[in-house]
Design a protein around this ligand. Sequence first.
Ligand code: SF4
Length: 726
Amino acid sequence: MSEFTKTLCPYCGVGCGLEVSPPAQPNKATNRDSKGNPIWRVRGDKAHPSSQGMVCVKGATIAESLDKNRLHYPMIRDSLDQEFRQVSWDEAFDLITQRIQTVRFTQGPEALCMYGSGQFQTEDYYTAQKLFKGCLGTNNFDANSRLCMSSAVAGYIQSFGSDGPPCCYEDLELTDCAFLIGTNTAECHPIVFNRLEKYHRKNRKVKMIVVDPRRTPTAEAADLHLAIRPGTDIDLLNGIAHLLMRWGYIDTLFIDDCTSNFPAYAEVIRHYSPEVVARQCDISIEDLETAARYWGESQRVLSLWSMGVNQSSEGTAKVRTIINLHLMTAQIGKPGAGPFSLTGQPNAMGGRETGGLAHLLPGYRVVKNPQHRAEVEDFWGLKRGQISPNPGLTAWDMITGLETGDVGLLWIAATNPAVSMPDLERTKKALLRSPFTIYQDAYYPTETAAYAHVLLPAAQWGEKTGVMTNSERMVTLCQAFRQPPREAKADWEIFAEVGRRLGFTKEFAFANSAEVYAEFVQLTGDRPCDMTGINHEQLQYQGPIQWPHKEGSKRDTKRLYTDLRFHTSDGRARFGAYYSKGLAEPPDPNYPFVLTNGRLYGHWHTQTRTGRIEKIRSMHPEPFIEIHPRDAATLGIIDKQLVEVRSRRGKANFPAKVTKAIAPGTVFVPMHWGALWAKDAEANALTHPESCPDSLQPELKACAVQLIPVFAEVPIKNYQLQSSQW
Ligand code: SF4
């Protein structure tokens, strides 16, 4: 038997396969860290179809975070100004169930909320849905995926009748033209980018177009970089469509046979002449025409996007406008082509499958559909009407619910909203008002732990066996390779135990995660994400499987919609007709710059893991703000000088990085630094919560700011986080 255990990288949605083994000689001093913990060996899994043995720096160093600053025991306190005290699991469970019952019977189930995470394994997600949406009767489960890709979900549902990215990674190496918009793939999805870039370099006829206000490492590799003004994505996309139509690059047969609503769309794009679009987007007509020509002349066009599109007050409209281009040119359902959203988190896709957003139910069902509710109620053995017909509170609604007192209990798991939510000062004030917050995480301290009444220690990726699905619908079994430290438990076990203690013993009579998964996949039968042919054992012995994969299937489904039939009632994909609305908070004379934010190659999210890895800390020693030299000169800002950035909601300080990589009028900061890791360098102190009306995803990517050079010496260096006492 191999000494290596197969698992998955728990960082981004690329979903790279890993193989992990204990140190060859565990007792040798060099094979142990400073605390005597064995240093696990990690390498890319060459047999994993998504990553083929490749890993980026995050995956390569992941084992170093296993034993750093772990939360080992349940802890409680009566109020936020007290110290935590260690308690037994029994005591913690008693307190939690008692509080849940009190809130249920005094305020009603709608006052209970859970805010979960794309870090969950599918079994964690499923158990939480069953507890909240089924047994407790509230749809108030939302996940941090709301902030990441809910616009992609809404866009797919509206255009195709169902969620589900239709492409696969093999398409990266089969396309004639890769159109990347709102994604810094090179830094945020490095292995997807490696595959694309290698292919692009070898095949000079293949075109790569990158749309981004920044000249990112992704844009550096492109044949054409369109540095559009923030918020003008729809102008650009409609402008490309206008030219494709004018030049006769549209596929009328496909439009007639396989789509609906084209006339309304054609009426909209008529208004997006090259002159209008070039002016709006602040690009040249020549570049716009080049983009349209690349698209029109290619047999196979693949679009990739991520949070630069999704995190917008018109996120769903942007997604649908990308899809429109594919529909008008029949660039879907064939190798090398299609609209392909990249998920940020390792199992955001599993969250979508299990109904892990406030408006969803398991098996790609929606809360508002009475038949979907009835199907889930029957399956869970609930009374009719037990599942609420109302979508639950979204992530931001939970914050406003704390402000109004409508939220009586907030359970946060595997995420760090005290850094990642918009309008952070308001978020923190709301968290301070929470009557009872349970915080379940693998690590301590985190910024959010400061707002908790109860801390629950969670096992993390290598300490529990479960399933994750990556951006290309590839389902991988992540096998445990070590025991959880001290008293940490798997998230699904914690949810199931609370369920049992609330009286739902038969609903949560799972002996292990394989049983949880086996129950969940039954709910996907005959749904677009049919996974009835997948189970833990098969994944362990046969390796990863791509869904849909019905019971009895012999092979994976690489691409969706190859028969050109969609999940809408008439089987046709729908064009969405949208005029551009622009930013929710455009710049003005008082706040003249657009602040955008994003991620760096080495760091992940709010640094809960990567901030504890020396190699990554030294790659990215401190936060910064990118400013164009022209703007810097106007404001008298020089390189490395501290800049105070103010928005209508808050302020933060960053050392200046004067660079032509950012367009004039726009500034960029990384989003990774919370209060634990630097002083006053929180990107989200500045952002606003205005969101897309369809996906309810906030516009984290852009807000209006002013810049003030700071002349005093103010240190902003990374904090050196001290070892936890736990
Ligand atoms: S690309 Fe993503 S999944 Fe792959 S190793 Fe890097 S962080 Fe992990």
